[in-house]
Design a protein around this ligand. Structure first.
Ligand SMILES: Cc1ncc(COP(=O)(O)O)c(C=O)c1O
Length: 340
């Protein structure tokens, strides 16, 4: 099977498992796990922030980051397909009392005019006050799109004077960094809090890191425990994350090339399904209308797993466990099915 459903399906490599098995550990609830602390400091440094917190998931890192910026009853603005609003099962509302309003952009980009229109900081006793904007980079459901750096800078200039703050869901920020060459810290410093995942394209089995100001991260540490997600000898997991940072960042370029290869093969037989030049990272979305469910089922029978992400939309994500050969085979299967 070639599994293109998500980049979360990777298995730890033998070398990663070896790094995990020799990790130095301690009780992380007491702040005594050296491998966790090293990972937290490293990721904070990479993103240009003061402190970091290792969490079990990207969803938890997002909840803890957003809650540090948005009080119960205040509002978070984001794009309508953002993971924080569409795919975290309402966690921000259910656990933190955060309300959301959204803008819509075909590529998932920040729409500065929409933010300007929606944003109502200090809205008084009647309307909901906007406290923060969340940006996703790369944007998963929009097709792994990269947020243009200029527009992120303009967003920072727009919100700072009115005290609205910024959270970055950077689950795949590594992909944006590799695709554009923009240093991670150039992205990171534009945001008050940043969540990055180690268990997507980087191939670690578990883990995300939230970074931000030291005081916010100290508070997030309390909330992580409060929500039942404090952990003990988590260094075995942090070691996988550190290994992934050492060995699996640059190779994301291979995933991007493989995604482009698949998109080109599909566009050759069905140009309406995908524009290969719009494939910027490791996500390909095929717009195949009523054929979507049939395509997913037939591809699975032919050994290629994919998924749907909306009406008529089939998503493929390349990753560490998909070789160039696998990508060619998957491209052949999909092109063959769409040709018939
Ligand atoms: C953009 C984005 N943010 C956050 C998450 C949440 O990560 P997790 O599944 O670790 O909670 C995902 C998961 O796929 C994601 O794609």
């Amino acid at each position: 099977m070639i599994d293109l459903r998500s980049d979360t399906v990777t298995r730890p490599t033998a070398a990663m498992l070896a790094a995990m098995s020799t990790a130095d550990t301690g009780d992380d609830v007491y702040g005594e796990d050296p491998t966790v602390r090293a990972l937290e400091e490293r990721v904070a440094g990479l993103l240009g922030h003061e402190a970091g917190l290792f969490t079990v998931s990207g969803s938890l890192a997002n909840v803890l980051g957003v809650r540090s910026l948005v009080a119960p009853g205040q509002e978070l603005l984001c794009e309508e397909r953002a993971h924080v609003v569409r795919a975290e099962l309402g966690a921000h509302a259910v656990t933190q009392g955060v309300t959301t309003r959204t803008w819509s952009d075909p590529r998932g980009h920040v729409d500065l005019a929409a933010v300007r229109r929606l944003m109502t900081p200090d809205a008084g006793p009647y309307l909901v006050s906007t406290a923060a904007v969340a940006v996703e980079n790369t944007h998963n459901f929009a097709g792994g799109t990269v947020q243009p750096l200029d527009s992120l800078r303009a967003l920072r200039e727009l919100v700072s004077p009115v005290g609205v703050r910024l959270h970055l869901d950077g689950a795949r920020l590594w992909n944006a960094h590799v695709a554009t060459g923009v240093p991670l810290a150039d992205y990171g410093r534009l945001f008050d809090t940043v969540a990055v995942c180690l268990s997507k394209g980087l191939g670690a089995p578990v883990g995300s890191v939230l970074v931000g100001p030291a005081a916010a991260i100290a508070e997030a540490r309390v909330w992580r425990k409060r929500l039942g997600a404090g952990w003990r000898q988590a260094g075995v997991l942090a070691a996988a994350g550190s290994y992934a940072l050492d060995h699996h960042v640059d190779r994301l370029a291979d995933d991007h090339a493989n995604a482009r290869l698949i998109a080109e093969a599909v566009a050759d037989v069905d140009p309406a399904a995908v524009d290969p030049s719009a494939v910027e990272t490791n996500v390909v979305i095929l717009d195949v209308g009523e054929r979507a469910a049939g395509l997913v089922a037939a591809a699975a029978e032919a050994g290629v797993l994919t998924g749907t992400v909306g009406p008529g939309l089939v998503r493929l994500i390349t990753h560490l466990d998909v070789s160039a050969e696998d990508a060619k085979r998957a491209a052949g299967v999909l092109a063959g099915l769409l040709r018939t």
